[in-house]
Write a protein that binds this ligand. Structure first.
Ligand code: NDP
Ligand code: GDR
Length: 363
């Protein structure tokens, strides 16, 4: 392939890395190098659409191993380096804070150093997070919001943001750290709350359909509010951030926020399962009344619990309200998200119901 541009993408077995590869392979002229780390039991489920594409090549490396990153950047000479790799699960970051810092903060230094030494013209994307805002001062949150993380994960991402700025200003590198609010989809990891809910809804849907008993979905804090979007919309925003005249960080968000309980309501409704909250607070005069720990979401027809609260899913510290301001991305990048909350939930529920059906057929 002559004159094609080379893009090194990390985290391709995860949600965003896989969606970014699919997005870039739809644009002619790019060769994609997808980095994976060695695993005794590799899982390429998210990569099925591109793993055999002629313009895609699998390469091995690890964010915590600077030698592997140096070698990749020296050998590939990428035009773009998009770093989606991370330990991305906030919930486990209290259990392994050093691993999270090594990967999510020091790993970013390893990427920047490899670029500085071997391909300084390469454009770099660092995957920042609304978790950096944490204990928020105001909403909607924009790039001016102070950094106030509430978890080792958020603190590591905040460190990455600072180091990206330092390298950008010290070495004139095109390096950006996008602040992305929650984004989901059919490639989302199963421990994240949205996918946990849609997989659970699909399981219960098939049990009800086949007149079988079912276990309820066990969740933690149902009152936290998140600004959810579709990952497929966000990878386009990331690509726009990488292709400006000057490097600059942007917020990507939907500008809407919903509680976890709202997600539960919406997901069961899309599966045609009628449920209602028992012992939940009332919405008095438009005021949100938090759902107590004793609340249950029950199946209206059978009174069986569909969702129950299990305190083991509560976190040592919570980010209660995330609501992002995407105005600058819309006006300055020309970014236009296409998939609103309701459509996203519908897509995830339909996908998981279909996956559960395929699994049942094959057993
Ligand atoms: P995922 O958890 O789905 O994917 C993470 C990827 O990183 C996986 O491919 C994983 O590989 C890889 N990885 C983990 N550790 C290493 C390592 N040491 N070396 C190389 N690869 C590694 O995350 P998402 O796709 O959802 O998120 C992408 C990025 O965006 C992450 O950095 C995340 O923190 C950030 N982010 C995500 C948001 C979201 O809502 N999704 C919002 C804001 C930021 P393996 O399969 O081997 O585990
Ligand atoms: P988050 O996503 O922490 O926002 O990080 P997650 O889906 O894990 O949690 C969202 C909210 O749901 C509450 N919650 C539960 N969470 C999980 N995982 N499991 C449960 O059973 C459960 N019950 C309630 C949580 O307490 C929380 O308030 C995601 C990740 O993708 C990060 O990598 C990214 O940086 C941020 O989004 C923006």
């Amino acid at each position: 392939m002559i004159n094609s541009q080379k893009v090194l993408v990390t985290g391709i077995t995860g949600q965003d890395g896989a969606n970014m590869c699919e997005y870039l392979l739809r644009i002619p002229g790019y060769k994609i190098y997808g980095m994976v780390r060695r695993s005794s039991n590799p899982n390429f489920k998210n990569c099925e659409a591109f793993i055999n594409n002629d313009r895609f090549q699998l390469v091995y490396g690890d964010l915590t191993d600077s030698t592997s990153l140096d070698n990749l950047v020296r050998e590939i000479q990428p035009d773009y380096f998009i770093n989606f790799a991370a330990n991305s699960f906030v919930g486990c970051s209290w259990d392994m804070p050093q691993q999270v810092f090594n990967t999510n903060a020091l790993g970013v230094i390893n990427c920047l150093e490899a670029i500085k030494k071997f391909q300084p013209e390469c454009r770099f994307y660092s995957a920042g997070s609304s978790e950096e805002f944490g204990d928020v001062d105001y909403f909607p949150q924009d790039m001016k919001h102070p950094i106030k993380p509430r978890s080792p994960y958020g603190a590591a991402k905040a460190a990455a943001r600072h180091i990206v700025k330092v390298y950008r200003e010290s070495y004139e590198m095109y390096a950006v750290h996008g602040i992305l609010f929650n984004h989901e989809g059919t490639k989302r990891g199963e421990e994240f709350v949205t996918r946990k809910i849609t997989k659970g809804v699909a399981r219960i849907y098939h049990a009800i359909k086949n007149k079988k008993s079912f276990e309820s979905i066990k969740l933690g804090n149902l009152n936290a509010k998140r600004d959810w979007s579709d990952s497929e919309d966000f990878v386009e925003g990331v690509w726009l951030m990488l292709n400006q005249d000057k490097p600059r960080d942007f917020v990507l968000a939907s500008g809407q926020t919903h509680t976890i309980a709202d997600f539960v309501n919406c997901a069961f409704a899309h599966a045609g399962i009628k449920g209602e909250w028992i012992e939940a607070g009332e919405d008095v005069h438009g005021q949100y009344v938090p759902i107590p720990q004793s609340a249950k979401f029950i199946h209206k027809e059978t009174n069986k619990p569909l969702v129950e609260i299990d305190p083991k899913f509560f976190r040592p510290a919570e980010v209660n309200l995330l609501l992002g301001d995407p105005t600058e991305a819309i006006t300055k990048l020309g970014w236009k998200p296409k998939i609103p909350f309701d459509k996203l939930v519908k897509k995830m529920v339909a996908w998981d119901i279909n996956e559960a059906e395929k699994k049942a057929d094959s057993t």
